[in-house]
Design a protein around this ligand. Structure first.
Ligand SMILES: *[C@@H]1O[C@H](CO)[C@@H](O)[C@H](O)[C@H]1NC(C)=O
Length: 463
C-alpha cells in the first residue's frame, strides 16, 4: 500500500492475551468459504477470517485495565516492550458489533465506521487456513490466478477497499518469537512493504520505545520498530480508481526494522519498495475505463481476475507478468492498455513495463532496486497470506489512488493524475463523518490454475 498501510482506529473496549491472550470476549472467527480450482473444477474450502491484533482491546492479563488507551501506552504496565508484552493481553473481537465485519457464505463485508460502545474506523482481516484456528492460509500465486467479486459502489473518494498478499508467517510469528502467545488466532504478525511503525506488537515485544502518538489519528501512533515484508497489492480501489501493485523487499519473510532503517516514501533506503510498480488505468492514460458507468462499471458488482504468469508456465518459474482482466455482466473485459509516451503499449505488469513507467513518470525505480519481479516471485514461492481491509489515509488522503499526486506537481505532467477525485477530498475527518456508512464487499474468492477460476468463454469479449 502507499504511502501508508497503517491507518485505523482502535476501539478501547476491555478484553485480553498483548502478546498474551485475553478471555473477556471469546474469539470466534467469522466463517468464509472460498474455492480452490484446477482445470478439472473447483473445491469449496471452509475457512474463516481473523481481525488484525492492532484493532483489539489490549489490557492487563489479570484484569481489565487498558495497556493502551487512545494512542498512548500505559507507562506503568508498559515501561518497555518486553515487560509490556508480558503484562498485556489481546482480547477476542465482537466482529460485527465493534468492528462492522460480517460474513455470509462466500461474502465478506467490511464497514467503514462502526459506532458501538466506541467508534471504530476501518479494519483489516486475514484468511485463515481451512479448518484451522491458528494458522493463516498460505498461497503460492506463481502460475496461478486469483479471482474475486467486489462491490465498490459504496466506496467514495478517499476510501480504499484493499485485497492483497503479504509475506507474513503462517503462525503470526508465534514459533519464531515465543513471547507472542497470541499468534495467528488473534491476528498477529502483520507486515508490508511500507514497513509500518504503527504496529503495537512486533516480534513478541511491544513497540513502546519511541512511541509517538499521531497528530491526526486519535487511535494511532508510531514506535521505533517497523515490520517489513514483500507485498502484492492485487486490489486497492474505490468506486473512482483502482490499482494493482507489486512491492518488492530485499528481506525474506516478516522482518523487523528500526527507525530510519525502515523504508521511507520515495527513498532508496530501507529494505522495501514503498512506491511499488502500479497499474492504475487512469494513471496509465485511459480515463474512461474504470468508474461509474464506464467500461468496468463500478456501480455494480464485477469480477476481478489476476494472473501471475511465469516464464516457463510452471509454479517454479520466474514471475514474468501480472495480468488483469475483469468479468461483468457475462462479458470478459481486458485491462486497459497503457497510453503513456515512453511506455510500450501493454496492459500487463512486467519488468520492462516497470522500468519504462518509472522513467516516463520521473519516479525513482525502487521496485527494480528492491528486487523487482524476481523478488516478488521469490516471495510468492515462499508463500503469501491474504489480507482484506478498508481504510482511510491520514498521510495523503488517498490522493495517490484517486486524485492528483503529488500536489507539488502539475496535474498535466505524466503520472500525476490518477483519478477524478478532488485534491481536497479524502481527509479522514471528512470521510469519517460524511461517509461513515461506506463499505466494501468481497465475495466468491477463487484461486487456482490459470483459466480455471472464471468463464473465459464468456460470449462477448471486449477490447
Ligand atoms: C506458456 O504458455 C503460453 C500461453 O499458453 C504460451 O504462449 C507460451 O509459449 C508458453 N511458454 C512456454 C515457455 O512454454
Amino acid at each position: 500500500m502507499f504511502p501508508s498501510a497503517s491507518l485505523f482506529a482502535f476501539t478501547l473496549l476491555a478484553v485480553a492475551y498483548g502478546q498474551q491472550v485475553g478471555t473477556n470476549t471469546a474469539e470466534t472467527h467469522p466463517p468464509l468459504t472460498w474455492q480452490q480450482c484446477t482445470t478439472s473444477g473447483c473445491t469449496a474450502q471452509s475457512a474463516s477470517v481473523v481481525l488484525d491484533s492492532n484493532w483489539r482491546w489490549t489490557h492487563t492479563t489479570d484484569g481489565f485495565t487498558n495497556c493502551y488507551t487512545g494512542n498512548t501506552w500505559d507507562a506503568s504496565l508498559c515501561p518497555d516492550g518486553d515487560t509490556c508484552a508480558a503484562n498485556c493481553a489481546l482480547d477476542g473481537a465482537d466482529y460485527q458489533g465493534t468492528y462492522g465485519i460480517t460474513t455470509s457464505d462466500d461474502a465478506l463485508t467490511l464497514k467503514f465506521v462502526t459506532t458501538g460502545a466506541n467508534k471504530n474506523v476501518g479494519s483489516r482481516v486475514y484468511l485463515m487456513a481451512a479448518g484451522s484456528e491458528s494458522e493463516y492460509q498460505i498461497f503460492n500465486p506463481l502460475n496461478q490466478e486469483f479471482t474475486f467479486d467486489v462491490d465498490v459502489s459504496g466506496l467514495p473518494c478517499g476510501l480504499n477497499g484493499a485485497l492483497y498478499f503479504v509475506e507474513m508467517s503462517a503462525d503470526g510469528g508465534m514459533s519464531a518469537y515465543p513471547t507472542n502467545k497470541a499468534g495467528a488466532q488473534y491476528g498477529t504478525g502483520y507486515c508490508d512493504a511500507q514497513c509500518p511503525r504503527d504496529i503495537k506488537f512486533i516480534d513478541g515485544t511491544a513497540n513502546v520505545d519511541g512511541w509517538a502518538p499521531s497528530d491526526s489519528d486519535p487511535n494511532a501512533g508510531t514506535g521505533n520498530m517497523g515490520t517489513c515484508c514483500n507485498e502484492m497489492d492485487i486490489w486497492e480501489a474505490n468506486s473512482i480508481s483502482s490499482a494493482v501493485t507489486p512491492h518488492a523487499c530485499t528481506v525474506e519473510g516478516q522482518t523487523a526494522c528500526t527507525g530510519d532503517d525502515c523504508s521511507a516514501p520515495g527513498s532508496t533506503g530501507g529494505v522495501c519498495d514503498q512506491s511499488g510498480c502500479d497499474f492504475n488505468s487512469f494513471r496509465m492514460g485511459d480515463t474512461s475505463f474504470y468508474g461509474p458507468g464506464m467500461t468496468v462499471d463500478t456501480g455494480s458488482t464485477f469480477t476481478v481476475v489476476t494472473q501471475f504468469v511465469t516464464a516457463d508456465n510452471t509454479s517454479t518459474g520466474a514471475l514474468s507478468a501480472i495480468r488483469r482482466l475483469y468479468v461483468q455482466n457475462g462479458e470478459v473485459i481486458q485491462q486497459s492498455m497503457s497510453q503513456i509516451d515512453g511506455v510500450t503499449p501493454t496492459n500487463e505488469i512486467t519488468a520492462d513495463f516497470c522500468t519504462e513507467q518509472k522513467a516516463a513518470f520521473g519516479d525513482t525505480d525502487t521496485f527494480t532496486q528492491k528486487g523487482g519481479m524476481d523478488g516478488m516471485g521469490a516471495a510468492f514461492s515462499r508463500g503469501m497470506v491474504l489480507v482484506m481491509s478498508i481504510w482511510d489515509d491520514h498521510e495523503a488522503q488517498m490522493l495517490w489512488l484517486d486524485s492528483d499526486y503529488p500536489l507539488d506537481k502539475d496535474a498535466s505532467e505524466p503520472g500525476v493524475a490518477r483519478g477524478t477525485c478532488s485534491t481536497d477530498s479524502g481527509a479522514p475527518t471528512d470521510v469519517e463523518s460524511a461517509s461513515a456508512n461506506a463499505q466494501v464487499v468481497f465475495s466468491n474468492i477463487r484461486f487456482g490454475d490459470i483459466g480455471s477460476t472464471f468463464d473465459s468463454s464468456a460470449a462477448a469479449r471486449r477490447k
